[in-house]
Design a binder for this molecule. Structure first.
Ligand code: BES
Ligand code: MN
Ligand code: ZN
Length: 504
């Protein structure tokens, strides 16, 4: 599992003098105003900052930055001034972003930096300072374990210490504890998504989840025999063309009251999706190593909940398979019986994620009688056509759960957009030969017919939301808190959902 911050730790200290090779990072608002501690630290360099701001047309707009190298009057090697815009408008997610931005301003060579957690009106609150450190630790992640030829000047120093200077050191440390737990979960999810499929095949994926045991998560791995016994023919059919065996992993965190029904999080874990016999075109097929981003999120979330000792009962269930063409692979036209007893005609072997989910969702619902079910899956290209990479698609049978997810999305920046479900779409997956078929027949409404398919494996009385994360689970457009292809999307969203509504 990934460790939370790759920064020198603990990251909080009272403001102190920085060494001559250090980087000083401070914040100002859109009137170019600094807080008192920052003004004191800048001392005679303030005049220089004002002149540089003018020369650079730096106005303190949120997210903008002004950089001064070896500024006269300061001991630091570099001064970075980051604009916050109007400070009254700043929300938690903005502090996270500012922390990421601050870390991004460090040159590769920098070994020492201090970030002044102060706004013009005074010290940031402990939670705000902790959010800066949270954003910085997310930004600091890089998946570089397969890079062997980096030049010396591209390598960061062996140790790097980044200090967030705060007044209330103890308060900030306390506030950071839960955030470090969440950051650890996000980084684990990113690692899993970035890992190539020759390394991360289903058995290896399952093996890596065992690391959760040390933080108190009960982990069970179901092998092919166990799944056969349960009748998971929909899931097993997807994996049958692969030389790698399929697995289901069940992770349980019991931090709540004994009698409380658990929250269930279900993930699609297709370690590689070639499309199977309905094989995909070659262009961008390498991205399909990330077709397990839903499962990765569930693992990251369980890690986060356990690490911050969340007062909740939660279960994570992931179906982990590889979709390959082979002499033994499933064919279009095949009919399989799912664990629920419902039969499915396979029209397209590339619509495999819903087959995996059908069995794991059914299994989790029967076994755990959860309070709600949220599933995550890189399920359809169609959701990317509809929403691009900004929002994940959300389908739900329950307005309250949908509203809560929407709110958690706005608060964290991992946004979801609700899409429709309706009997007219459901009809599109009726089959000539079986209870249903695994595609809608045309490409129109492809994300919706996929969701309708999954809905047939959820009973109407269990609140359920399906998140189609095909556009958000991996992403080459980086942002202030993520420079990695595997985004770890969903861990922060679902942790917030749990924290805000289910942990009282
Ligand atoms: N894993 C893909 C969906 C996907 C595409 C995820 C691009 C991320 C990026 C999924 O298994 C798939 O192949 N879906 C098909 C469904 C179709 C055959 C009905 C699709 O979207 O084309
Ligand atoms: Mn597919
Ligand atoms: Zn897939």
């Amino acid at each position: 599992m990934a460790d939370a911050p790759k920064l020198g730790f603990g990251p909080f200290a009272a403001p102190a003098k920085l060494g001559p090779s250090g980087v000083l990072i401070v914040f100002c608002d859109d009137a170019l105003k600094f807080g008192p501690a920052t003004r004191a630290a800048l001392g005679s360099a303030s005049g220089l900052v004002a002149r540089a701001a003018k020369a650079e047309r730096f106005t303190g707009k949120n997210g903008s930055a002004l950089e001064l190298i070896v500024p006269e009057g300061l001991k630091a090697a570099r001064l970075v001034v980051i604009g916050t815009g109007k400070t009254a408008d700043l929300k938690a997610k903005d502090f996270v972003k500012l922390g990421g931005l601050a870390l991004g301003k460090l040159p590769v060579s920098a070994s020492e930096a201090t970030v002044f957690a102060e706004l013009p009106k005074g010290a940031m609150k402990p939670g705000q300072a902790a959010d800066l450190a949270f954003g910085a630790s997310l930004r600091a992640y890089a998946f570089d374990r397969y890079k062997t030829k980096r030049k010396d000047d591209e390598k960061p120093p062996a140790s790097r210490s980044v200090t967030v200077a705060v007044g209330d050191v103890a308060g900030a440390r306390k506030a950071y504890e839960s955030r470090a737990a969440i950051a650890g979960g996000v980084l684990t999810a990113r690692d899993l998504v970035n890992e190539p499929a020759n390394v991360l095949y289903p058995e290896e994926f399952a093996r890596r989840t065992l690391a959760l045991k040390k933080s108190g998560v009960a982990v069970e791995v179901l092998d092919v025999k166990a799944m056969e016994k349960l009748g998971m023919r929909a899931l097993l059919g997807v994996g049958q063309g692969s030389s790698r065996e399929s697995r289901v992993v069940v992770m349980r965190w019991n931090g709540g009251r004994k009698a409380d029904a658990p929250l269930a999080f279900i993930g699609k874990g297709v370690c590689f999706d070639t499309g199977g016999i309905s094989i995909k075109p070659a262009a961008s097929m390498e991205d399909m190593k990330g077709d397990m981003a839903g499962a990765a999120c569930v693992v990251g979330l369980m890690q986060a909940l356990a690490a911050r000792k969340a007062k909740v009962n939660a279960v994570g269930v992931i179906g982990v398979v590889e979709n390959m063409p082979d002499g033994n692979a499933q064919r279009p036209g095949d009919i399989v019986t799912s664990m629920s007893g419902q039969t499915i005609e396979i029209i397209n072997t590339d619509a495999e994620g819903r087959l995996v989910l059908a069995d794991v969702i059914w299994y989790a619902a029967q076994r755990f009688k959860p309070k709600f079910i949220v599933d995550l899956a890189t399920l359809t290209g169609a959701i990317i056509v509809a929403l691009g990479q900004e929002y994940a698609g959300m389908f739900a049978n329950d307005d309250k759960l949908a509203e809560r997810l929407t709110k958690a999305g706005e608060d964290t920046g991992e946004k979801v957009w609700r899409m429709p479900l309706a009997p007219e779409y459901d009809k599109m997956i009726d089959s000539k030969f079986a209870d249903m078929k695994n595609t809608g027949g045309s490409r129109w409404g492809g994300a919706i017919t996929a969701a309708q398919f999954i809905k047939r494996f959820v009973d109407d009385k269990t609140p359920w939301a399906h998140l189609d994360i095909a556009g958000t689970g991996f992403d080459s457009r980086h942002n202030d808190i993520n420079k990695s292809w595997g985004s770890g999307w969903g861990v922060r969203l679902l942790d917030r959902l749990v924290q805000d509504y289910y942990e009282k």
